[in-house]
Design a protein around this ligand. Structure first.
Ligand code: URA
Length: 482
């Protein structure tokens, strides 16, 4: 086989065989295929696409390119959740303990991202003492004991993706659906959980801005799960405004704590309950009703229906009762975090400088450039541009107003926090440019545009057999009473 032949095949719109993919990925990871040839191949993929069989072959090859976690020593159903990422997305901090409180086993590996803010692990590390590196035995022991652990993704997980993604990033070849789907799913499959729930974001703060493209990605990832024999469901959820009010690292932990204490924003609370309920439903369906030992510990009644409504109720109860909060505390303590900061979360931002941004005019807060808000948080020091760069854990934004509200000139719109005051001016300017107002008089019926145009929180669901349903605004997870 020759890489030039494979580039030519793809350039002329033909499909590679599974053996071709194996040869190419093995050769690339081993350094036998140079970056310039792989870059040419990836560009051909962007123009010609890939068949489903090719995407399955690539995903399989990437999944097996490094370590695959063996979670067989964990008792119960292991369950994972993945978000394609957005602004203010701290859902894992709430969903993981909530799922553990429901009896699921959440053995989660999370990345340190290059996004506007850090990844889940960066956020957790803003709790002094929190350790995200656990030896495999400790990791498994902790999941068996308290139902959850969140650690940093090992460098040996899917090395093929690591290398390919770095190349895609600098050759403008990221935006290909099969490449994105195989990149995400290979990491999820290698992380070993028996069931996976995907939260695919769409809207102006998401990686996939267009709902149709986001839905295609969700459907493809569910089918890749199917092909790997792993039940996967996906939700399409809104990212046309930041999730909750906090965007940053420590400020997002503060908001997650408030949510676990039933005092969080409605959107984050509903999203967390809906995702945890889906994880419960998938895990309960997976196990044979007679096999009680392997069912989620809380679901011991073999006749329990595991309907969406029943799962939502269970998730709501687990949050309301404080069980999810208890699991979060147990995890932080088990991983060395200082519980005093959970008791007084205001201490998480230390002595950060604060500045208030106020509304420049009277008007309806019409819409927000969500990605721009993320970039403003990054300008404060909340995100990194290169792997390994240090973050300012205290940097971030707390939105005091969101689209759909009427505001008065001089009313606080947001608070900016940073440990480097010299960053405030740029971030403030960026943030102000993200907020769009229309005069109050242009809305004679007093109905803000954002209220009629905003995406519902849960937009669509793709079940593990690939069925897609569009979710109405009154879909139960959109209306959970909080
Ligand atoms: N996130 C990933 O993990 N991979 C992609 O290709 C795109 C987003």
């Amino acid at each position: 086989m020759d890489m030039c032949d494979l580039i030519h095949l793809k350039k002329s719109g033909q499909a590679l065989t599974a053996a071709d993919w194996t040869w190419m990925i093995e050769g690339y990871v081993a350094g036998r295929i140079p970056d310039y040839q792989m870059a040419a191949f990836l560009m051909a993929v962007c123009f010609q696409g890939m068949t489903e069989a090719e995407t399955i072959a690539l995903t399989r090859q990437m999944t097996g390119s490094g370590d695959c976690l063996d979670l067989s020593s964990i008792q119960g159903v292991t369950s994972d959740k993945h978000s394609t990422g957005g602004v203010g997305d701290k859902t894992t901090l709430v969903v993981a303990p909530l799922a553990a409180a429901l009896g699921l086993k959440v053995a989660k590996m999370s990345g340190r991202s290059l996004g506007h803010t850090g990844g889940t692990v960066d956020k957790l590390e803003s709790i002094p003492g929190f350790c995200s590196e656990l030896a495999p035995e400790r990791f498994e022991e902790q999941v068996n004991d308290i139902g959850l652990a969140v650690i940093a993704q090992s460098g040996h997980l899917v090395p093929a993706d690591k290398k390919l993604y770095a190349l895609r990033d600098v050759t403008d070849t990221v935006d290909s659906l099969p490449l994105i789907a195989s990149s995400i799913m290979s990491k999820k499959l290698a992380a070993g959980a028996a069931t996976i729930v995907l939260d695919v974001k769409c809207g102006n703060g998401a990686f996939m801005k267009d709902p149709d493209q986001a839905l295609k990605l969700a459907q493809l990832m569910v089918r890749l799960g199917q092909a790997a024999g792993r039940p996967v469901t996906a939700f399409l959820t809104a990212m046309d405004r930041p999730l909750g009010q906090a965007v940053g690292n420590a400020v997002e932990v503060q908001e997650a704590i408030a949510t676990l204490q039933n005092q969080g924003p409605a959107d984050l609370t509903r999203l967390s309950i809906g995702l945890a309920a889906e994880m419960l439903q998938l895990a309960t369906r997976l196990t044979h009703p007679a096999d009680l030992a392997s069912r989620p510990a809380q679901i011991t009644d073999p006749a329990w229906p595991a309907t969406p409504a029943a799962c939502l109720r269970k998730a709501q109860e687990a949050l309301r009762s404080g069980q999810a909060w208890l699991r979060f505390r147990q995890m932080v303590q088990a991983q060395g975090g200082d519980l005093a900061y959970l008791d007084r979360p205001e201490r998480l931002v230390g002595q950060a400088q604060r500045q208030t941004l106020t509304a420049p005019v009277d008007g309806w807060f019409d819409w927000i450039d969500t990605e721009g808000v993320g970039l403003a948080a990054k300008a404060l020091g909340a995100g990194r541009s290169q792997l390994g760069e240090a973050l300012d854990p205290a940097a971030g934004i707390i939105l005091r107003a969101k689209p759909g509200m009427a505001v008065r000139q001089g009313q606080p719109l947001a608070e900016l926090l940073t440990s480097s005051p010299s960053r405030l001016a740029e971030a403030r300017e960026r943030l102000l440019a993200c907020c769009h107002f229309v005069p109050l008089a242009s809305k004679p019926d007093s109905k803000p545009v954002a209220c009629t145009q905003a995406l519902p929180l849960f937009i669509a669901r793709v079940s593990s057999d690939g069925q897609t349903e569009t979710l109405p605004a009154h879909y139960p997870a959109n209306e959970v009473n909080i």
